[in-house]
Design a protein around this ligand. Structure first.
Ligand code: SF4
Length: 485
């Protein structure tokens, strides 16, 4: 990713507004305490160091007293920070070096600091920045991870990442940025479970937006984050492994997707399905059922040890996606709104599932059927439910199928509920009654025909109209045939 000055400024503004409290998290009263605390923070949390240092500084408040300390005593005082023998040895060596070379004072020079026992470039930078206000950008594990995820650096060592960051950002901003990136890594961009759904810098992040695989884990995160109020944490994959190995234990909570996997010869990889995944018929006898689409049984899903769960944004509960994320199980949620979405989804799924040739061929054949500017045909109302009446609006997959078939879809966006008055006011020229999800029958068609004597009322194959991906071509064919009636 290319970072322009404007983009860098935007990133900094977002970080500043998200972490106004960003500062050094190690408690210290002077440069000596800071350098000691920083040495102790290696492989240890700052909060653990802050619990440990009061007793240590109570007994050894300066370099002079620590230089005379006994190894066993210092070890006992720093034991809880881990690697205590090595850390105690370094602290005693550090105190002695400070006494011999710097009169007991911590130097404010990078080279002199880095030459002290237990003090590397990172510790030296932390001390320079926080004890002396010297611009420095120490790269710790959080900054290393976040910088790479944000595409600020592609380097593979902290020193090189530091060099990249120093090149990109103004010297005057280094100290502040250092703290902000650490806060971001701790509070949001976690190593295992980054909270991309609530990330303040999401839009600027090539990893969070799925443009690149996570340099830290090799996983690809949310391709399109749900900031549309749906409540779904991500509309596409949250943790879809990008390894060349295609998933082998797939659970599908989407009936049409289940059918698509069978069409692509991937049935042997299906280890679970919902009870509504009923096509082809034999799938019911061979693939275990994990419950309904609205209420899938989480435990059953987990017991099947899937390496991919496929959901649908509108139909499946967000809690399942959250629970899968919690259990580190890869999942993806389909969000198909148009016929073009279908073509993109075929390719994307084909790539991820190892069926790219079939996917490309299918998308290419289908592309020929799509009209860039479909003819504006009769005003058409597609009802998907009764009591209350619910219509499929023009911005839904069904709406686009209707439009591409030569009808003009009516009703408001989404799936609006219609009062009797609103239904009358629409005064459609054509009414489509799919047999799914509501089982519209001839009786309903007759009722509506009486109510709208000038309209053409058709009962249509609900699966052809709503099972995207597996029956998209069939849906288009059926509706186009209907237009000719
Ligand atoms: S979008 Fe995700 S990966 Fe990117 S910085 Fe935010 S939390 Fe980290």
């Amino acid at each position: 990713m290319r970072w322009t000055n404007a983009k860098l400024k935007d990133l900094q503004a977002r970080l500043a507004s998200a972490y106004p409290d960003a500062k050094c998290a190690l408690d210290h009263a002077d440069p000596f305490q800071l350098v000691v605390a920083t040495v102790l923070s290696a492989q240890c949390t700052d909060s653990r160091v802050n619990i440990t240092t009061p007793a240590l500084f109570g007994k050894y408040p300066d370099a002079a007293r620590l230089a005379k300390g006994k190894t066993a005593d210092v070890e006992a005082l720093v034991k809880s920070t881990g690697f205590f023998r090595n850390k105690a040895k370094n602290l005693l060596g550090l105190a002695n070096a400070l006494m011999m070379r710097h009169g007991g004072q911590v130097p404010n020079d990078a080279a002199q600091l880095a030459a002290l026992p237990g003090v590397g470039q990172k510790t030296a930078n932390v001390v320079l920045a926080n004890a002396f206000g010297v611009p420095a950008l120490a790269v710790d594990t959080h900054i290393f991870r976040v910088a790479k995820r944000l595409g600020l650096s592609e380097a593979n060592t902290p020193e090189k990442v530091e060099a990249d960051l120093c090149r990109l950002f103004l010297r005057a901003d280094w100290i502040e940025l250092h703290h902000q990136l650490i806060f971001h890594g701790r509070r949001c961009c976690d190593a295992r479970k980054p909270d991309c759904a609530h990330c303040p810098v999401f839009e600027t992040c090539p990893t969070g937006t799925g443009k690149i695989a996570d340099p830290h884990s090799g996983l690809t995160f949310a391709v399109q984050e749900a900031r549309d109020g749906s409540g779904f944490p991500a509309t596409q994959n949250a943790f879809l492994n990008t390894s060349p190995e295609a998933p082998k234990r797939i659970i599908s909570l989407v009936p049409s997707l289940t059918e698509l996997l069978v069409q692509w010869g991937l049935a042997s990889r299906l280890v679970g399905r919902t009870r509504y995944c009923i096509a082809p018929k034999w799938i019911r006898a061979t693939v275990p059922d994990v419950g309904g689409t609205k209420d899938p049984n989480l435990q059953r899903i987990l017991d099947l040890k899937p390496d991919l769960v496929i959901l649908e944004k509108d139909e499946n509960p967000k809690s399942i996606a959250d629970a899968l994320t919690e259990a580190a199980i890869p999942w993806m949620a389909l969000d198909i709104r148009t016929l073009k979405d279908c073509m993109a989804a075929w390719i994307w799924l084909g790539e991820k599932l190892g069926a790219l040739d079939q996917a490309k061929a299918r998308a290419a054949e289908f592309k020929i059927l799509i009209k860039p500017k479909p003819h504006k045909g009769p005003r058409t109302l597609t009802l998907v439910w009764k009591d209350p009446w619910i219509a499929a609006g023009p911005d839904t997959y069904v709406g686009d199928l209707v439009r591409q078939s030569g009808f003009t879809p009516q009703a408001a966006k989404g799936y609006p509920r219609l009062s009797e008055e609103e239904l009358d006011a629409l005064n459609p020229e054509v009414i489509l009654l799919p047999t799914e999800p509501f089982r519209f029958t001839k009786r309903h068609a007759l009722e509506l025909q009486k109510r709208f004597p000038n309209a053409l009322v058709h009962i249509v194959d609900g699966q052809a109209m709503t099972w995207y991906l597996s029956r998209t071509e069939l849906g288009l064919e059926c509706l186009r045939a209907l237009l000719k009636c």
